[in-house]
Ligand binder design. Structure first.
Ligand SMILES: [Zn+2]
Length: 468
């Protein structure tokens, strides 16, 4: 059996994602072939065989960091601003805006009465047309064009308008299962009107869920879905079902049947004129040239991309705790005749431009140029050597384990497990923050050396106002 996996790219992506929670997916838009898929934290498949196999399996199943969950296909994330190119495409195609339409954003969206969402930019015409709005990731602009889309007078009411918008989402492969050749793919979530009706006693309008326009509210996607959505834009309207298997030696008729569906082209949005796609593609190119992801520039390659940063909360000890933001990046390249589309999601890592964007750039360089620039080698070492595992996992693990021990005691009166917990100190309840860690010994030598050299600079968080 042969797969589409590019082994060197795969290994590089695994190294970059070590000690991180999230997912990376790279697809060849021309075939739907999956070039790379990584889910973090990872585990060594060898640990599951041999004499320790079943013990390791139990341990991994109880591990709160979820090493056995393939987050690339089953991690549900708000796409945040990585959704915006899709929103622009829909609004342009629905003719509720033109490409030169602008929004006078003064730093927040005021037309729903609560001044939200806020924008990281103020004035200066940062959303004076669709390309600028994408490049600067203006929240007010995208919240408004979402509203224009679902309030389109062509439809009877907002409910109908919303369902029409949802059809676009499904066409992009969001909120549906794509059919990758792996089990347990998640559908993500694009809610039906039923959900909003139920929550709002049947009365809601486009202000109720306006943050759908910036990839939030109840929108949930997987890294696989966002990489595939990039393929749709790169191909100007179609995709092939993402898949690993390229061919099976001595193919039987049954194999052919199974593989046949992967060569079927899905013309989901080819009805949208190329000029509309081109506007969005130019905007995504501007993101890298002059916008929020200039760190993703590659000499001689025109990269089209969008950054994303999403807020993140969890319930810990019955309190709602704000975690560091999720860092996201979606892209395809080159602009003409794209050969690769990538989605990178890193949980609790901070701004999209700080972690996810350089990971994607390094992978693009490796795949398109077959080499890494000096800057990318340095970045690789920095990223691979940085531990972004959320620190609250420790606290959570302690809680889960001790509750389990207590339940065991209740049932069996065997106190040996619970005794263990009375002897260890409760890990302190410090708020999670990314921290650097010792050198990872699985790294290539040059990376280990560079990581060690770089480690004293512990804070790589970029404090510039990178947008969403
Ligand atoms: Zn703005």
């Amino acid at each position: 059996m042969r797969t589409h996996i590019d082994i060197e790219l795969q290994q590089l992506a695994e190294v970059l994602m070590s000690n991180k929670v999230g997912g990376v997916v790279a697809i060849d838009p021309k075939t739907g072939g999956i070039l790379t898929m990584v889910s973090g934290p990872n585990y060594n498949p060898n640990d599951l065989s041999g004499s320790e196999g079943s013990k390791n399996f139990s341990r991994m199943q109880l591990d709160v960091s979820g090493p056995m969950l393939n987050r690339a296909i089953a991690g549900r994330y708000e796409p945040g601003s990585t959704y915006k190119p899709l929103g622009a495409l829909i609004a342009l195609n629905e003719k509720v805006i033109t490409s030169s339409w602008g929004y006078p954003c003064g730093g927040r969206y005021t037309l729903c009465g609560h001044g939200k969402p806020e924008c990281t930019h103020k004035g200066g015409g940062h959303a004076a047309n669709v390309r600028l709005a994408i490049a600067n990731s203006c929240n007010a602009y995208f919240a408004h064009i979402y509203r224009l889309t679902v309030d389109n007078p062509r439809y009877k009411n907002v409910y109908e308008g919303y369902l029409h918008w949802k059809e676009y989402m499904n066409a992009f492969g969001l909120g549906v299962r794509l059919g990758v050749d792996l089990p347990n793919e998640n559908t993500g979530g694009i809610p039906d009107t039923v959900v909003y009706n139920r929550e709002n006693a049947g009365h809601w309008n486009s202000c109720t869920n306006l943050t759908l326009g910036i990839g939030q509210d109840k929108m949930q996607t997987t890294p696989l879905q966002m990489a595939n959505a990039m393929c749709v834009i790169a191909n100007k309207g179609y995709y092939y079902t993402p898949h690993f298997v390229k061919e099976i030696e001595g193919e039987t008729e049954r194999d052919q049947e199974k593989l046949g569906r992967f060569s079927e082209r899905h013309d989901v949005l080819t009805n949208i004129p190329d000029v509309v796609f081109n506007e969005v593609i130019e905007g995504m190119s501007d993101v890298v040239k002059v916008g929020t992801a200039q760190g993703a520039q590659i000499q001689g390659v025109e990269v089209c991309a969008k950054t994303g940063t999403a807020e993140n909360y969890t319930i810990l000890d019955r309190q709602r705790v704000k975690l560091p933001n999720n860092s996201m990046f979606v892209c395809f390249a080159p602009k003409e005749n794209p050969r690769i589309a990538i989605a990178v999601f890193v949980q609790n890592a901070g701004f999209g431009a700080t972690w996810a964007a350089p990971i994607a750039r390094i992978l693009l360089e490796k795949y398109l140029l077959d080499t890494l620039t000096a800057k990318s080698k340095l970045d690789s070492a920095r990223i691979a050597g940085t531990n972004l595992m959320p620190s609250y996992f420790k606290r959570l693990q302690y809680k889960e384990d001790s509750i389990r021990a207590f339940k065991w005691f209740q049932v069996t009166k065997d106190s040996s497990y619970i005794d263990r917990f009375s002897q260890i100190n409760v890990p302190d309840y410090s708020l999670p923050h990314p921290h650097n860690n010792k050198t990872n010994h699985n790294l290539p030598v040059w990376m280990s050396i560079l990581s060690a050299a770089l480690l004293p600079k512990s804070n790589f968080e970029n404090l510039h106002s990178y947008t969403a």
